[in-house]
Design a protein around this ligand. Structure first.
Ligand SMILES: Cc1cc2nc3c(=O)[nH]c(=O)nc-3n(C[C@H](O)[C@H](O)[C@H](O)COP(=O)(O)OP(=O)(O)OC[C@H]3O[C@@H](n4cnc5c(N)ncnc54)[C@H](O)[C@@H]3O)c2cc1C
Length: 447
């Protein structure tokens, strides 16, 4: 398919954010009688779902310590629930099991969920938590769990099928999606002014408005837009930290245990909520009993027919390589550098066995296939949703945004109508102003 010479709205990237923005923008334009999906073109250097959205674990939860994430995630869950079939969405719920050190954090999440009417069950004390979990899984045996938050909404969705479903909905509204078109630069009157044309490997496309949803590739587009590679960040302590790299990479650790997904059914024979466990109990190898860690650790998992087993992950690690030298391509399982290794497999399966007896002795069933992928993180590991260069909306979710299908809806409303309160805490100016999000005791950079 050839590229158009002009598109009123040009979306770069056919992942969750590009597709969701295009689809919702089409609906907004139509409902206001000011245009339609025909005014929107999505270009992708590869194809729909070729980035992080196409390999994501697919977990959808409200569980964030940061209050600003609460209503934002609830809004996204509304969007997932609006068309579960097209989005390949399984509303099984989500359980966070946590140790005492996280008690206060989780309690405040439960309180805030209660305040906004987001249904969840909060359980305290080691005995009550154990009873609660054994009522769901009779082989539950995780140690040092004193807090449980069971979100009744959320769950997970199948990564690539959901992207295809979203793409089909956008196309039905008249949006054009063109694959194999790579953005290589931007044309404008001056370095700081509005984008007039987007340069691609197939020629230039003139446009009135640009939306960038390029996930792990955001650093390269950011630099093409001549935005700062390093910034000053005013910390929560009021001190200004100079020259902080705008983008760093983390490596996501995920894999699949090649067992029948039915193995992880509940006592009542249903498919269970996604389970996320953080604990400070020592973790021993299920293979040979050696100590793997005596530090706080965390895993998440769910039975998943799309992955063909019990799939999940553990805390990611920060890539130490200078961000300028990190090779994002080839991406995901195709990367020679950033896939999980056998150490991950041993840790994750041992952790599964720590939590539930049914996983003891299953390490040999771990699927020996490349998995995992990298993400581009902001200085505080939280998203930036903002307009740059007057007409360029950047959706940079700091790599925890598969669940954030609703961002595209809010962005579409900002583009055609008015600023959205839910997006305000995620503006770029927060770094200079010191309006950072609070930090939790979780072992993850995104909770
Ligand atoms: C292994 C893994 C597991 C994850 N699990 C979860 C999870 O369970 N829940 C959750 O909420 N989040 C999860 N995430 C994070 C989530 O997947 C990402 O935050 C989200 O998918 C990013 O969506 P996006 O639309 O911004 O980018 P992407 O989905 O990465 O899409 C970007 C697109 O832009 C295209 N592109 C890039 N550069 C250019 C260019 N120059 N020109 C044209 N096109 C370009 C790419 O080809 C790609 O298709 C996970 C991430 C990883 C890596």
């Amino acid at each position: 398919m050839g590229i158009p010479k002009h598109s009123k709205y040009l979306v770069i990237g056919a992942g969750i954010h590009g597709l969701s923005t295009a689809y919702h923008l089409a609906l907004e334009l139509k409902s206001r009688d000011i245009g339609s999906g025909k005014d929107i073109v999505i270009i992708d250097k590869t194809d729909v779902g070729a980035g992080a959205s196409g390999i994501a674990c697919g977990v959808i939860r409200n569980n964030y310590f940061q209050p600003a994430m609460r209503e934002l995630m609830a809004h996204s869950v509304d969007v997932w629930e609006s068309d579960p079939e097209a989005f390949s969405y399984y509303p099984v719920g989500y359980i966070q099991a946590a140790p005492e050190i996280m008690h206060e954090n989780v309690e405040s999440i439960a309180q805030q969920q209660n305040d906004i009417g987001y249904e969840s069950v909060f359980v305290e004390s080691e005995k009550q938590c154990s009873d609660y979990m054994k009522n769901i899984f009779n082989d539950w045996q995780a140690k040092n769990i004193t807090t449980i938050l069971h979100e009744k909404r959320g769950g997970y969705a199948n990564n690539l099928p959901s992207m295809k479903g979203l793409a089909a909905k956008a196309k039905d509204e008249g949006v054009q999606i063109i694959s194999n078109v790579q953005v290589t630069g931007f044309k404008s009157d001056s370095a700081a002014s509005a984008i007039k044309e987007v340069e691609t490997n197939q020629g230039n496309i003139a446009c009135d408005y640009v939306v960038v949803g390029v996930g792990p590739w955001v650093k390269s587009i950011w630099e093409m837009l001549e935005l700062p590679k390093a910034i000053d960040v005013k910390g929560l302590d009021g001190k200004v930290h100079h020259d902080i790299p705008m983008w760093v990479y983390w490596s996501l650790q995920e894999g699949t245990l090649g067992v029948d997904p039915n193995l992880q059914k509940t006592n009542s024979g249903d498919f269970p909520p996604v389970v996320h466990v953080d604990t400070d109990a020592p973790l021993y190898s299920d293979a040979d009993g050696k100590l793997i860690t005596d530090q706080l650790w965390g895993i998440y998992y769910k039975p998943d027919f799309n992955f063909g087993g019990v799939q999940g992950g553990a805390a990611p690690f920060k890539i130490k390589t200078n961000p300028d030298d990190v090779k994002v391509d080839p991406y995901g399982p195709d990367s020679p550098d950033y896939i999980v290794d056998e150490k991950f497999a041993e840790m994750w399966v041992s952790a599964l066995a720590h939590c539930q007896k049914r996983f003891e002795g299953t390490l040999p069933k771990y699927k020996n296939e490349a998995s995992g992928g990298i993400g581009a993180f902001t200085p505080d590991s939280f998203p930036v949703f903002d307009v740059f260069r007057e007409n360029c909306y950047i959706i940079a979710d700091s790599n925890h945004g598969y669940k954030m299908i609703g961002i595209g809806k809010l962005v579409a409303e900002e583009i055609v109508c008015e600023k959205q309160k839910l997006l305000e805490p995620f503006r770029f100016s927060r770094y200079a102003e010191g309006k950072l999000h609070p930090v939790s005791n979780s072992p993850y950079p995104w909770s």
